[in-house]
Design a protein around this ligand. Structure first.
Ligand SMILES: *[C@@H]1O[C@H](CO)[C@@H](O)[C@H](O)[C@H]1NC(C)=O
Ligand SMILES: *[C@@H]1O[C@H](CO)[C@@H](O)[C@H](O)[C@H]1NC(C)=O
Ligand SMILES: *[C@@H]1O[C@H](CO)[C@@H](O)[C@H](O)[C@H]1NC(C)=O
Ligand SMILES: *[C@@H]1O[C@H](CO)[C@@H](O)[C@H](O)[C@H]1NC(C)=O
Ligand SMILES: *[C@@H]1O[C@H](CO)[C@@H](O)[C@H](O)[C@H]1NC(C)=O
Ligand SMILES: *[C@@H]1O[C@H](CO)[C@@H](O)[C@H](O)[C@H]1NC(C)=O
Ligand SMILES: *[C@@H]1O[C@H](CO)[C@@H](O)[C@H](O)[C@H]1NC(C)=O
Ligand SMILES: *[C@@H]1O[C@H](CO)[C@@H](O)[C@H](O)[C@H]1NC(C)=O
Ligand SMILES: *[C@@H]1O[C@H](CO)[C@@H](O)[C@H](O)[C@H]1NC(C)=O
Ligand SMILES: *[C@@H]1O[C@H](CO)[C@@H](O)[C@H](O)[C@H]1NC(C)=O
Ligand SMILES: *[C@@H]1O[C@H](CO)[C@@H](O)[C@H](O)[C@H]1NC(C)=O
Ligand SMILES: *[C@@H]1O[C@H](CO)[C@@H](O)[C@H](O)[C@H]1NC(C)=O
Length: 741
């Protein structure tokens, strides 16, 4: 009404309101919130219907507090957070005749008079939670009356919990709640956070509450004993919702295990026949019970349960390997099962298959990866017969693979949650899930999505114009690389933002260890990176070719250069020798042992000399040898040194004899000391250890030639031309070295 008024009027009304509202109150629309110890004298304007009183001191409450001022009778809803006196007097609520809701919370109150509720004739809902010192027996005496005749909802949460006093929920308890001399129509009963020494189902049934109570909450309650559980022989007709979550129950697992063994299970549970919703979450956590492994087949075919929803979350259930046989009615009614937060490693398809109308199945936060790993055939058909499933939650199960046909028959799925698993590939069949609206795959191990999966999802999304499919693919370890699959995945996510759900910043990929945001810069950066990589790759392929060609070119160039230079130098050398300008007497000194004289003097020496003469084009003797050039009468050592000095290169004709001769060794030493180039010409095979130390060094350092005896006088290897070229090159080098020195 207020909001439909013209603006100016609204402002006026607001002013009027503030002026009509006590200082200690804030009035907004029809609600006043006040902070005052004394409610006497509080005034509100007339449209106030709901009042919350904070810090009220119960010492100020008396019979006339609310009755003296008629404004209170217009209230519908009053909440009091009281402090002060631990006492609630008779008739203090008189005058609140219009009230339908009363909330009264005083953690200090330990006593109330039996007539405290006098006059609350229209109360539908009484919230007495947080009165943790109030003795329940006191409260029951108050309720054992004709007050609160219209009460529907009663909340007693935490009553008498301060002293951990145990309460007997016996016949008097329930009878008092139902009223004395009247029949209250209590439909909602919340007795959470209370410690019961006894909870008597039979008493509840006999108290007539089974004709009215629709919902009963016993959350976080401690129930030390249950009486009548198992032998109440008639259904609690009105009871539809039972919530015992997080309560400590007396050895419940034991009783259940016992029960499932007993054939007459139905008669033990008649009380619950009409129940539609049963929540027993976390009842195993308080009990230190061993993990529940229900392997007994439950045959409930003769039990006409009307159960629609049941929840057994957080209960240490490890295995459900049983065939659940349900009554024809139950098969139809059971639509909602929650088993999340257990330690389920295995749940038999037969456990679920008779719930043919199952629409909601929550198996999240379990250990079903074990079933997937070890019983994949069973896992694949887990929900095969639950063709009516709308919602399936398999998130947080460590599952690494979804069997291909797992969802083949679940065509009516609207929500599929596979998030927080370890799935790395989307290679399972979702193409038939044409009713899917929410598909959550976030927090898995997918690094890319292949073309087939992309197509399937795209088709599903495209076919869903009116109701819209959203798919959450966030928080995955996507890889940004130049690989086509990786690239296409990133592009696809980026482009298909219309059906991609989840926060944009949770779509990231890793490019070479760097985290990129797919909806920001990933594509550009990856493209840039790949361009660079392409260039590098091209280079990597081309470079060797270029290098090799260059190298070959260079080699050829240098070779040509060198050979030209050599030719030039050799020509130079030749002309020098011809002109008598060759600064040395000989090109080579050929040193040999007298034992090899015949071969060397008759065959090798003439041949070597003539070949060299031919190369240079001169008649001069170019090889110095002992037999011809040592001057008679001079000391041999002196002659050797002179000859070596006069020659550019030294050729040692090595044989076994040569190595044994003292002077041969001398020649070798001298040559070595003079740092002259040496060519070893082996006349026969000589083992390294037969050579002297110096010769061995020479042998190891320089290449050598060999004389090979054959049918026609023998030949040299490599041939004369090569040997002579080498000799001349070495000579040129030696001359150059001399020049530099
Ligand atoms: C009365 O107020 C309480 C507490 O604010 C609220 O929970 C309840 O729904 C209200 N009831 C009505 C009928 O407005
Ligand atoms: C409540 O009021 C009484 C009487 O005025 C007073 O003695 C008492 O201290 C008050 N309690 C609190 C908590 O203010
Ligand atoms: C309940 O109230 C009735 C009527 O006032 C009374 O006769 C009966 O004794 C009360 N029950 C208990 C246990 O106080
Ligand atoms: C009890 O209350 C419920 C809900 O307020 C109502 O539907 C039902 O008709 C009432 N029953 C009786 C017997 O008054
Ligand atoms: C039980 O008590 C705790 C602490 O006082 C409170 O937070 C919780 O809401 C209560 N539970 C219910 C179901 O009222
Ligand atoms: C459970 O109830 C007790 C009182 O009985 C309370 O102290 C505790 O906070 C409650 N716990 C929860 C989680 O509600
Ligand atoms: C539950 O019952 C079994 C069998 O009677 C017993 O061995 C076990 O100790 C009981 N557990 C608790 C927590 O009382
Ligand atoms: C389930 O029960 C069947 C028959 O009792 C048995 O053969 C099978 O090994 C059980 N499976 C698991 C996972 O315990
Ligand atoms: C359940 O229905 C089937 C046929 O649909 C019937 O043969 C069977 O007797 C029924 N069972 C019960 C317990 O009603
Ligand atoms: C599913 O239903 C078919 C036909 O009723 C039945 O043969 C099959 O055993 C059921 N599957 C499972 C896993 O119970
Ligand atoms: C589907 O998406 C469009 C555009 O994103 C939106 O306008 C429409 O309300 C959505 N429909 C449903 C049923 O969510
Ligand atoms: C999805 O992305 C692809 C490219 O990967 C594009 O061709 C297609 O049109 C996009 N679809 C939608 C619905 O945006």
């Amino acid at each position: 009404m207020y909001s439909t008024l013209p603006l100016t009027l609204g402002v006026c009304m607001f002013i009027a309101c503030s002026s009509a509202c006590s200082k200690s109150c804030v009035c907004i629309e029809d609600k006043a919130t006040c902070r005052a110890p004394d409610p006497n004298g509080l005034i509100f304007n007339e449209n106030i219907r709901r009042v919350v009183l904070h810090d009220l001191n119960t010492s100020f409450l008396n019979k006339s507090t609310f009755s003296a001022n008629p404004q209170w009778s217009k209230l519908e809803n009053l909440t009091i957070w009281a402090i002060g006196s631990p006492h609630l007097c008779s008739g203090v609520f008189t005058g609140l005749s219009g009230l339908t809701y009363l909330g009264f919370h005083n953690e200090y109150m330990d006593h109330m008079e039996n007539d405290a509720f006098y006059g609350l004739d229209n109360i539908k809902e009484l919230n007495f939670s947080g009165n943790s010192r109030l003795a329940i027996s006191n409260f029951l005496n108050v309720m054992n009356s004709t007050h609160l005749p219209k009460l529907n909802a009663l909340t007693l949460t935490g009553m008498h919990s301060t002293f951990r006093v145990t309460i007997d929920a016996n016949y008097y308890f329930f009878r008092s709640l139902a009223g004395h001399g009247i029949q209250r129509n209590i439909t909602y009963l919340d007795m959470s956070n209370i410690t019961f020494r006894l909870l008597d189902f039979e008493a509840f049934s006999n108290s007539s509450l089974c004709n009215s109570v629709h919902e009963i909450y016993l959350r976080n309650a401690t129930i030390q004993n249950m009486h009548g559980f198992g032998y109440v022989n008639k259904p609690c007709l009105s009871l539809k919702v039972i919530d015992m979550s997080d309560s400590q129950l007396p050895n419940i697992t034991h009783s259940f295990a016992q029960m499932s063994k007993i054939a007459s299970l139905c008669t033990k549970t008649i009380f619950f026949f009409n129940a539609e919703e049963l929540y027993m979450d976390g009842v195993g956590t308080n009990n230190n019970t061993p993990p529940l492994q229900d392997d007994y087949d439950g045959d409930f075919r003769s039990c006409p349960y009307r159960l629609r929803k049941f929840s057994l979350a957080n209960n240490f259930i490890k295995r459900l390997n049983s065939t659940l046989k349900l009554h024809n009615d139950t098969q139809k009614t059971l639509k909602w099962i929650k088993l999340s937060g257990n330690i389920l490693e295995f749940i038999s398809p037969q456990f679920l298959s008779s719930s043919i109308n199952l629409q909601y199945l929550d198996l999240s936060s379990n250990h079903l990866h074990k079933m997937q790993e070890y019983y994949e055939d069973q896992f694949e058909i887990l929900t095969k017969n639950n063709t009516k499933l709308n919602v399936l939650k398999l998130n947080r199960n460590g599952i690494s693979r979804i069997p291909f046909n797992m969802f083949l028959t679940n065509n009516e799925l609207e929500e599929l949650d596979l998030s927080h698993n370890n799935i790395s590939s989307l290679d399972f069949h979702v193409g038939l899930l044409t009713n899917l609206k929410e598909f959550n795959l976030s927090y898995n191990a997918v690094s890319y999505i292949d073309a087939k999966a992309r197509d399937t999802v795209q088709q599903l999304a495209a076919a869903k114009k009116p109701q819209n499919l959203t798919i959450d693919l966030s928080n995955m370890p996507y890889i940004c690389s130049c690989d086509d699959n990786h690239m296409e995945t990133i592009k696809w996510i980026h482009k298909n933002h219309t059906f991609i759900a989840g926060p944009r910043e949770d779509y990231r990929c890793t490019l070479q260890g760097e985290r990129l945001y797919i909806f920001q810069n990933a594509l550009e950066k990856t493209n840039a990176y790949c361009r660079k990589q392409n260039i590098k790759r091209t280079l990597a392929i081309c470079l060797p070719i270029v290098c090799v060609s260059l190298l070959i070119g260079l080699l050829i160039f240098f070779k040509i250069q060198t050979s030209r230079r050599r030719k030039r130098e050799r020509k130079n050398l030749r002309s020098q020798i011809e002109l008598g300008e060759f600064p040395m007497k000989f090109v080579a000194f050929l040193s040999f042992s007298s034992d090899d004289a015949e071969l060397v003097v008759n065959t090798i020496l003439p041949k070597l000399n003539s070949e060299l003469q031919l190369k240079i084009g001169t008649n001069r003797v170019l090889v110095c040898s002992g037999d011809r050039h040592f001057r008679p009468g001079y000391a041999l050592g002196e002659e050797i040194i002179r000859c070596i000095e006069d020659s550019a290169v030294i050729i040692l004709a090595v044989s076994k004899h040569f190595c044994q001769k003292e002077w041969c060794r001398k020649e070798v030493q001298e040559t070595y000391d003079q740092n002259k180039p040496i060519i070893l010409l082996f006349l026969e095979r000589v083992e390294p250890d037969e050579m002297g130390k110096v010769l061995q060094k020479v042998f190891n350092r320089y290449t050598h030639a060999s004389w090979i005896a054959d049918a026609n006088d023998g030949h040299i290897e490599p041939d004369w031309s090569v040997l002579c070229d080498a000799l001349l090159d070495l000579t040129v080098e030696q001359l150059e070295k001399n020049r530099v020195n």
